[in-house]
Design a protein around this ligand. Structure first.
Ligand SMILES: Cc1cc2nc3c(=O)[nH]c(=O)nc-3n(C[C@H](O)[C@H](O)[C@H](O)COP(=O)(O)OP(=O)(O)OC[C@H]3O[C@@H](n4cnc5c(N)ncnc54)[C@H](O)[C@@H]3O)c2cc1C
Length: 256
């Protein structure tokens, strides 16, 4: 089969990845040049990449959701703040003191406990602390390399909320669920990045903005604005070739 006979789509702009960067690029390009034929190729089954809305059950047994890998915006992230205003995604000004966030909602100052941990009960926080500090003591490299991190979690934790917490931390940090990596890989990653422990450490005296809960997150809104039919999900890009006339992007199924 020659190149021209291969199944293909012609496009002016091909963006690889439907994370925040890819979606914002498509949105900005199409806002300026609506006539361009732009497509986005995304390897996973969802848009958003690392940007996720997490659902959890709180201490009071209420369902709660919050934005992970997107929640905080520094005062100098002007482009992101502009984008939020343009897409009408609400955010509030906050100041963090110790483990308390003070938020100005327009009429009064509201106080919240900081971090993902506030969704866990005291006994769940103790189980998590034990898991973080003690569990590794008994593990050997040979054992850890032969099981997935999900199996390791299941063997060492009983609370569903704590399992859910750790599963999301892995998903956010490594962009894959814990059943796709070995326990050894994740522990090595933690040692080099302090990632799991970092989730528990609060920063002090910081002024930032925080995105409020909405029924659609920033990436979902961007995808909606730019026309979801130009986003091809489940299309991992394998190869990019450049000739004098065009760029050829090869995905697992098709040639574009
Ligand atoms: C724990 C954590 C907390 C964070 N908190 C904040 C915060 O509070 N505020 C903030 O502003 N930022 C925060 N960030 C940073 C923010 O999440 C990232 O900067 C942002 O999500 C990155 O977006 P991206 O599009 O560049 O990459 P990604 O979100 O990683 O998206 C890349 C996309 O490309 C796809 N892809 C990769 N390879 C291929 C391929 N070959 N073919 C097709 N598709 C492919 C992936 O599946 C993915 O969907 C945080 C990050 C982490 C990890």
């Amino acid at each position: 089969m020659t190149d021209s006979e291969e199944p293909h789509i012609d496009a002016d702009v091909i963006i690889i990845g439907a994370g925040l960067a890819g979606l914002t690029a498509a949105y900005k390009i199409l806002s300026r040049e609506p006539s361009l034929n732009v497509i986005i190729l995304e390897s996973s089954k969802d848009v958003g990449g690392r940007y996720r809305t997490i659902q959890m059950v709180t201490k009071n047994k209420r369902r709660s959701s919050f934005e992970v890998a997107s929640q905080w915006i520094n005062t100098d992230q002007h482009d992101l703040l502009e984008l939020l205003e343009e897409l009408e995604i609400p955010f509030v000004s906050t100041v963090i003191q110790g483990s308390v966030i003070k938020e100005w909602n327009g009429t009064e100052v509201c106080k919240h406990r900081l971090g993902m941990l506030s969704g866990l009960t005291l006994s769940e926080q103790l189980e998590l602390a034990h898991f973080l500090v003690k569990t590794w003591d008994r593990a050997t490299i040979r054992n850890l390399a032969s099981i997935t991190f999900q199996e390791f979690i299941d063997q060492n934790l009983s609370s569903d909320n704590v399992k859910c917490f750790i599963e999301y931390v892995v998903l956010i940090n490594c962009a894959v669920p814990p059943d796709k990596i070995s326990a050894f890989f994740y522990i090595f990653y933690c040692i080099s990045n302090r990632s799991l422990v970092d989730q528990m450490v609060s920063e002090k005296g910081t002024n930032r903005y925080r995105i409020k809960q909405t029924h659609k997150n920033l990436c979902e809104k961007l995808a909606e604005k730019i026309d979801p039919t130009i986003i091809f999900l489940g299309e991992p890009v394998l190869k990019i070739g450049v000739s004098k006339k065009f760029v050829k992007v090869v995905t697992i199924y098709d040639c574009l």
